[in-house]
Design a protein around this ligand. Structure first.
Ligand code: NI
Length: 229
């Protein structure tokens, strides 16, 4: 499963993020990779311990929690705080699968990674290469989005970042434990929610239409039945 969420950040917010990121500290990405991933990871990451990084990370998480599209598609329960990376000079991240269970850096609790996300922070025409290649199980997709847009995909999917041969690719990435572990169930809920929102536009937001209320009841009862917290 993969889906794109447009305009998570406005162009002005993107510029502010890039400006702040320059004031933080970059470290070698391989230092933070697991043993298996170490040899295939060649990039820089913002130091998570830095105060500026923490502030940006929190700000992005808050922004996502204000996005109805993100909420509907991800049904987020717990975030692994967003991190930031930079690829340049042929830097890449070879094929890998993200860890299934992560430890939250602040509270030490386990997080099951259901969804992985990459938010692009600079324009695709400012660098060459750097596509996020995802094996969706139904063919390989190459993703390179405009600044401020985000791709959300199953953490279980094999993926890689192709070498950046010119310019810099700057992005944020994160993991999400969803209320709904199963991709198919989560997708069904998103489809139902989008249909309800469409009907609500059609009938008027305050509509008390019986069928619309029944669909809304169905959505919430399925969410109640399937969700894990
Ligand atoms: Ni990954």
């Amino acid at each position: 499963m993969f889906t794109i969420i447009e305009n998570v950040l406005t162009q002005q917010e993107v510029a502010e993020f890039l400006d702040q990121m320059q004031k933080s500290v970059w470290i070698e990405g391989a230092k933070t990779a697991g043993n298996l991933a170490k040899n295939v990871k060649q990039n820089l990451q913002l130091d998570d311990e830095n105060k500026i990084t923490k502030t940006l990370s929190q700000r992005l998480e808050q922004r996502l929690m204000q996005s109805p599209d993100f909420i509907s598609k991800a049904l987020p329960n717990v975030f692994y705080p967003p991190k930031f990376n930079l690829y340049q000079d042929g830097g890449f991240y070879g094929a890998h699968v993200d860890s299934a269970v992560l430890t939250h850096p602040y509270n030490g609790k386990s997080i099951r990674a259901d969804l992985s996300a990459t938010l692009f922070l600079n324009q695709p025409d400012s660098y060459q290469g750097g596509e996020l290649q995802i094996d969706t199980g139904m063919g390989v997709q190459e993703i390179k989005l405009k600044a401020g847009d985000m791709i959300l995909y199953s953490s279980g999917a094999l993926h890689q970042v192709l070498p950046v041969t010119a310019g810099q690719r700057i992005a944020s990435f994160m993991w999400i434990q969803s209320l709904i572990k199963n991709d198919y169930q989560r997708t069904l809920l998103n489809q139902l929610d989008e249909s309800i929102q469409g009907l609500r536009q059609h009938f008027g937001v305050q509509s008390q239409d019986t069928e619309l209320l029944q669909l809304s009841e169905l959505y919430h009862n399925l969410l109640r039945l399937w969700s894990e917290t």
